[in-house]
Design a protein around this ligand. Structure first.
Ligand code: EPU
Length: 429
């Protein structure tokens, strides 16, 4: 087990290259199950979720090679092996194995997914979609059993706008007989990315990126090459870090259109932001930032995944800011840790109320989930003294080459192995 150490307080400068999108990768990899020949996905991030999904595809008989950032999946010998436990519990996105395996084999047994604890995260809309397509879905001792004689297209209205349900229903519907319409679909860029891959495989999908997606089922799908979109949440995390501690930061390999809600908020705070085709330039580290209110919404609104990092930045703003998360009710575990570092933050209901300016101080803190980890890294870079962050298994799930990227910008950041005593203390905490 390791901890991350950051000696904060110094300014960063330079350029950082954003990796492929985690939340696309975790859907694109299961989507390869649906093809009859080799699918190559280029530009994947080097994160633990990708490695776990590779192993899961191998468990069901896939011939998979992961070379640097590209994965080649030959799904031709895959079988509908039950995946009730173990690795599926390590990540939320293992639920995409349900849609993909149901689509290809008309049956699947998948353990209930794990992932970050952000309050209740039901999958009722995924199940509603599978059932509408003709599957029977049962929960037996913590695993979801899906069975169908055949899948038939259907009209499905999502009661909650859900990224996961939208993608999962697309995965199950592309090989179903007839036409599927998903209404009140989520519009996130990752959904368009998955639809692009499926279309290259031969699927017929219209409307991805709008709230009505129409799918005409096809008989078979074949191999192809696909290049993943950049990770807008990793990009946003570096933009926030740039605003906090960088004199000049170029965030490279981004789609600026995906970042509009964050760009608008940073500008409202007084941060200078410029965009070009695939780069964003931040002139940060200003002595004075204005407080702002932030409300997370589905895309193209402000992403919940950047709520925690921007909370750290707002400790630098002079005055009171309110950050409200309308997507997850309990995504506030970072707040106690930021308080340990001297932040003045209260949580009321679904909002955190941040009063600044505070000069953060280095402390021993624990990442409770992935984006809480990102908010603590940003805090460590802002703070005086040394910050020690544990709970790195969360950060490893979403940020590739984090220390290398930040060190290249001039940050003092490194990993150390935890002593036996520290491991014991953590386990008791
Ligand atoms: N919801 C339901 N029923 C469902 C599905 C969702 O009530 O069947 C609710 C959820 O409880 C939540 C809201 O709908 O309140 C939105 O959930 P959504 O299904 O959109 O989230 P997700 O697919 O589980 C993905 C990302 C999350 C990101 C959300 C929102 C992946 C693997 N995860 O989760 O990413 O926060 O969309 O944009 O794509 C992260 O990257 O740190 C992360 C948590």
């Amino acid at each position: 087990m390791e901890k991350l150490k950051i000696a904060g307080g110094n300014s960063l400068k330079g350029s950082v290259k954003v990796a492929g999108a985690k939340n696309s990768a975790v859907a694109l990899i299961p989507a390869t199950i649906l093809a009859e020949s080799t699918v190559t996905i280029e530009g994947l991030p080097n994160i633990s979720d990708v490695h776990i999904l590779k192993e899961l595809l191998e468990e069901i008989g896939g011939d998979v090679t992961l070379h640097e950032n590209d994965i080649h999946v030959d799904p031709s010998k895959m079988i509908s092996m039950p995946l009730p436990n173990g690795k599926v519990k390590k990540l939320r996105a293992s639920y995409y194995l349900m849609g993909a395996m149901l689509g290809r084999f008309k049956k699947a047994v998948i353990g209930l997914p794990g992932g970050c604890h952000l309050g209740p995260r039901p999958i009722d809309q995924h199940i509603k979609g599978f059932e509408a397509l003709g599957a029977s879905v049962t929960n037996e001792q913590g695993a979801i059993y899906l069975r169908a004689d055949e899948l038939r297209g259907a009209r499905i209205y999502l009661d909650v706008v859900s990224v996961g349900a939208t993608i999962n229903i697309m995965l199950a519907a592309v090989l179903a007989k007839g036409k599927t319409v998903i209404e009140n679909a989520a519009k996130e860029p990752e959904i368009i990315d998955v639809a692009t891959l499926l279309t290259s495989m031969g699927a017929k999908i219209k409307g991805a990126g709008t709230d009505v997606i129409r799918i005409e089922g096809v008989e078979r799908l074949s191999g192809c090459r696909h290049s993943i979109i950049p990770d807008r949440i990793e990009a946003g995390t570096y933009m926030v870090i740039g605003a906090a501690v960088a004199n000049e930061l170029i965030v490279d390999n981004v789609i600026p259109l995906h970042m509009e809600s964050l760009i608008a908020k940073l500008r409202e705070m007084g941060v200078h932001v410029e965009t070009s085709d695939d780069q964003i330039y931040i002139l940060g580290n200003q002595p004075y930032l204005k407080p702002v209110d932030v409300k997370t919404l589905v895309y193209p609104g402000f992403p919940t995944d950047l709520q925690q990092p921007i909370t750290t930045l707002l400790t630098k703003a002079k005055g009171t800011s309110v950050v409200t998360d309308t997507i997850y009710s309990a995504r506030f575990k970072h707040v106690d840790e930021l308080r340990r570092m001297g932040a003045d933050i209260k949580v009321e209901g679904r909002s955190s109320i941040i009063t600044g300016t505070t000069k953060l101080q280095g402390a021993k803190v624990k990442a409770s989930d992935l984006r809480a980890g990102a908010s603590l890294v940003c805090a460590g870079l802002l703070a005086n003294g040394v910050t020690e962050i544990t709970g790195l298994e969360h950060i490893n799930r979403g940020y590739s080459h984090l220390e290398e990227k930040l060190s290249n910008l001039g940050a003092k950041i490194w990993r150390e192995t935890l002593t036996d005593k520290e491991i014991e203390q953590l386990q008791n905490s």
